[in-house]
Design a binder for this molecule. Structure first.
Ligand SMILES: Cc1cc2nc3c(=O)[nH]c(=O)nc-3n(C[C@H](O)[C@H](O)[C@H](O)COP(=O)(O)OP(=O)(O)OC[C@H]3O[C@@H](n4cnc5c(N)ncnc54)[C@H](O)[C@@H]3O)c2cc1C
Length: 85
């Protein structure tokens, strides 16, 4: 435990993504109040991959949606997660 550098509280999509990235370079612990990961908002949404069309063109939100969409498709392909486009 002494060498743990980062503690992530919350195993939703955001906490898990942060932990996955950080864990490539350091020891990370994720703490979740429920028994399993993703039991809160991340497993109770509309399951739509946002394309950024609802945000002003070139806004940071629109840019991140487009970038995130490509990364998500890539991630699903790498880990064989079925996804409907
Ligand atoms: C109705 C609805 C529909 C949506 N539809 C879409 C969609 O179609 N597409 C899309 O991309 N996004 C959608 N979203 C948004 C998306 O679901 C959220 O932005 C995303 O899931 C947030 O992830 P998160 O990790 O921040 O939160 P969460 O998934 O809520 O994760 C936070 C975690 O932290 C844990 N936690 C909190 N406090 C503590 C504590 N003190 N100790 C330990 N654990 C704790 C919680 O139990 C939870 O597991 C929707 C959201 C809602 C509400």
């Amino acid at each position: 435990m002494e060498h743990i550098e980062t503690l992530v509280i919350g195993a939703g999509a955001v906490g898990l993504a942060i932990a996955a990235t950080l864990s490539e370079q350091q020891e990370v612990i994720v703490i979740e109040q429920h028994n399993h990961f993703g039991e809160h908002t991340s497993s109770r949404n509309s399951e739509v991959v946002h394309a950024g069309i609802y945000y002003p063109s070139n806004s940071l939100k629109a840019q991140l949606c487009v970038q995130g969409k490509a990364l998500l498709y890539q991630h699903c392909q790498t880990y064989h997660v079925p996804i409907k486009r």
